[in-house]
Design a protein around this ligand. Sequence first.
Ligand code: PEP
Length: 252
Amino acid sequence: MTRTPIIAGNWKMHMTLEDAKDLVLGIHHTLKFPGNVDVVVAPPFTALTTVVAVLKESYIDVAAQNLHEKDQGAYTGEISGNFIKNTGANYVIIGHSERRQYFHETNEQIGEKITAALRNDLIPILCVGETLEQRTANEHFAVTQKQITEALKDFSEIELEKMVIAYEPVWAIGTGEVATVEQIDEIHKHIRTVLGEMFSGSFADKVRIQYGGSVKPSNAKDILSLEHVDGALVGGAALKAMDFIEIIKAAV
Ligand code: PEP
């Protein structure tokens, strides 16, 4: 099964409007023809409309970093899926470990957010991954399995057709510490097995599973060459055009 790799940059709470414009123009002008790879950037909400406008004629898609479960209502400070769709963005990151850790998002709530994304025709990038404590206790297989089965239990494989999963071990995010290729390989295979058991083998074969956690130009090729790794979710290195471009090139 050939899956088109997908490289996504999660900008987190970085980038003013000016910085955002410079970054995406830098990527687009430097790398005009990326080849067979999907490229996505996830600016903060405030820059979505601007980044979509700047990238209108480009190959780069735009994601939000989160969304609220409801489409509208008295939820001060929240952003809904239809507002995101309205900006022209077409992906949304859901269940990032920072959302789970600092905003206490549960698997159930993450499932509701996936419903909201699909209702608004946004492609979900579902993040899963274990903490250092869970890895040390050898619970990483069970933890990722639970995150996936609980978040996806109410969906059919048709609904989840375009969904992307990002495996991001929490201990490797923003720490400079990268999982070994053996660790990445075995857990990506495990995720595909879990999807196969929940849905079907052909569905599991089609779903793209990204790796995330301190991906940078120097380690991207080794990680992206693994059979079950279909791209990367990139944090820190996505804030520098040249680094992000090197990672995109490593995926092709
Ligand atoms: C992330 O935020 O999803 C991430 C993987 O960050 P970093 O690449 O900085 O580890």
